[in-house]
Design a protein around this ligand. Sequence first.
Ligand code: NAD
Length: 260
Amino acid sequence: MLQGKNAVVTGSTSGIGLAVAQELASKGANVVLNGFGDAQAIEKERAQIEQQYGVKAVYLNTDLMDAKATRQFIDDAVAALGGIHILVNNAGIQHTDLIEDFPIDRWDAVIALNLSAVFHGTAAALPYMKKQGWGRIVNIASVHGLVASTNKSAYVAAKHGVVGLTKVTALENAGNGVTCNAICPGWVRTALVERQIEALAQQRGLDTEAAARELLAEKQPSLQFVSPQQLAGAAAFLCSDAAAQMTGTTLTLDGGWTAR
Ligand code: NAD
């Protein structure tokens, strides 16, 4: 389905991004991996993608909190793969605090990575996509791009921003073969959420699994986590021909979170 296509997935050394990169590679796309972590573990994932799916997989360790570096990252990805057809803006971080206690540097960091990096990556990728008349931009937003929670001002502001940016990107490119959509996951049990489960466990004196159940019960009616693989399937769908007329919209996988 994606043979001959080149895909860049930001923040793909773990969690949702890694599952998306694996899924796109399984459909035949060459992939650029990005993010931080243990160098040996990253090389193992990269090599396994090449071996398992017979595609090219390249790792670029760019820090996407830096605007100029993010734009250069897209050019480096194009140089490494020979082009870019798919950009999945997935890299993200979380920080929780009340607004009045929220450290300025944490606000700046969350906005830089979760929102500004989406803008810079998109801006750098669009000229390539427009020139070839085909492109798919998939922004991993969040239910927090649609609704709010306490203690997450920067994250909620950034993710609402991503949903807005998704719509502008879609409108500016409508009809030219480039689509842009956002995926809005509810709770997914990745490193980003594991830290929140641990914090809740400590705060309430619960064991980890009881805290995980509590976290789900508060927001997610299914009481089950969304899996990275389910989100990867949604991203692959947005890259398929079936989704060619789908643009500027959100695909929500949240176990019912935003239904109530
Ligand atoms: P994760 O912590 O497992 O993965 C985050 C990835 O981003 C990692 O590869 C990490 O190395 C990379 N990264 C961090 N800082 C970076 C930087 N400065 N430059 C480049 N890469 C960087 O988290 P995840 O849960 O897989 O999150 C992926 C995306 O999904 C995020 O945008 C997050 O907001 C979103 N999301 C997650 C959940 C959830 O419940 N886990 C829910 C909704 C949305």
